[in-house]
Design a protein around this ligand. Structure first.
Ligand SMILES: NC(=O)c1ccc[n+]([C@@H]2O[C@H](COP(=O)([O-])OP(=O)(O)OC[C@H]3O[C@@H](n4cnc5c(N)ncnc54)[C@H](OP(=O)(O)O)[C@@H]3O)[C@@H](O)[C@H]2O)c1
Length: 303
């Protein structure tokens, strides 16, 4: 099997490559990379991977390089907008370019990374643009599988590692609102396992899988677990949403490295939607529990 992968140098992409290297060596990977530098992030997983340099807007390169591939895994997405990379541009225009190239190249199965809560009337543009990308793919005539994971945890994730850093380095833990919003995080290794399992699998074709972890937590409970794992207890300061929203808008304007953007706040506070199709009936994998997973990559705070 020959798979063309976009976004393979990112957090999820690296987990998928690790998974392929661990088990299924008969999968050949052709990987789209924007630079030599981003390819270096793969480390040992780069072994046997065939790089193709370009980005998701390089239609000619995509079409040419997908021609001898059977499948596409399209992972590219952004959580924060910067340097002209807007949600509309990356999620909608970028996906259109990848989907069109895949159709012209005769790709047999397109596995698309979306996100939990993607829908037309979501409060955040991250989710509405993810939804529009899904719709474009569904109407493209390609055989597809759409994956909608919840927030993921794993080595080098941007959420749990960052929260652990704050716990270790600041005397108080800021919490947006009352902290009662729900997270149902899933292990990136479980998501990677599913991406590999669905490839060319007839049961997965034409389906949209909701991929959530085995437990639901409030944000406050997530902090309890993180404090347990890092061995540090911090008092919490609750910042009302009415104060945080204008503050986040202001940070969006003045800094590209704001700790939280307004769009991220909207995602955080968005109520979890009931799942559509669940993967577990088709792919009954064993899901990792959050605390067990965190202990594998988060160390206790250094004195
Ligand atoms: N992380 C989560 O908890 C989570 C949850 C649900 C859904 N998702 C979705 O999963 C996908 C992957 O997320 P991630 O956490 O792995 O993100 P990430 O670590 O930021 O990786 C993003 C990847 O996309 C590539 N990329 C960005 N813009 C590109 C462009 N214009 N052309 C080509 N490549 C481009 C990056 O390449 P460089 O290496 O060159 O930067 C990188 O390989 C995204 O679609 C995200 O929305 C993530």
């Amino acid at each position: 099997m020959k798979v063309f992968i976009t976004g393979g140098t990112g957090f999820v992409g690296r987990a998928i490559l690790r998974h392929i290297h661990l088990g299924l060596r008969n999968i050949h990977i052709r990987l789209l990379a924007r630079s030599e530098q981003s390819l270096q992030k793969l480390g040992e997983s780069a072994e046997g991977v065939e790089p193709v340099y370009g980005d998701i807007f390089s239609g000619d390169i995509l079409e040419k390089e997908m021609k001898s591939c059977d499948m596409v895994i399209h992972l590219v997405g952004i959580i924060k907008e910067k340097d002209g990379a807007t949600f509309e541009k990356v999620h909608i225009e970028g996906t259109k370019c990848v989907v069109d190239s895949a159709r012209k190249s005769g790709i047999r199965h397109f596995v698309h990374m979306s996100a939990e809560n993607a829908r037309a009337d979501a409060p955040s543009r991250y989710h509405t643009t993810k939804y529009q990308a899904e719709e474009y793919l569904k109407k493209s005539g390609l055989t597809y599988t759409i994956m909608r994971p919840s927030m993921m945890f794993g080595p080098e994730d941007q959420n749990f590692n960052e929260l652990a850093k704050i716990i270790c380095s600041t005397p108080v833990m800021p919490v947006i609102g009352d902290g009662s919003y729900i997270w149902q995080p899933v292990s990136v290794d479980n998501v990677a396992e599913l991406f590999v399992a669905v490839l060319m699998e007839p049961r997965a074709m034409g389906k949209t899988y909701e991929i959530r972890g085995p437990e639901k937590f409030t944000f406050e409970e997530i902090l309890n677990i993180l404090m347990e794992v890092t061995g540090k207890t911090r008092p919490r300061i609750h910042i009302p949403v009415a104060i945080m929203k204008p503050l986040a808008s202001l940070m969006d304007i003045v800094s590209s490295i704001a700790p939280i953007t307004l769009e991220q706040m909207k995602m955080l506070l968005d109520e979890k939607q009931p799942p559509s199709e669940n993967f577990s009936a088709d792919f009954p994998i064993k899901l990792t529990h959050l605390e067990e997973g965190l202990r594998k990559f988060l160390a206790p705070c250094r004195p």
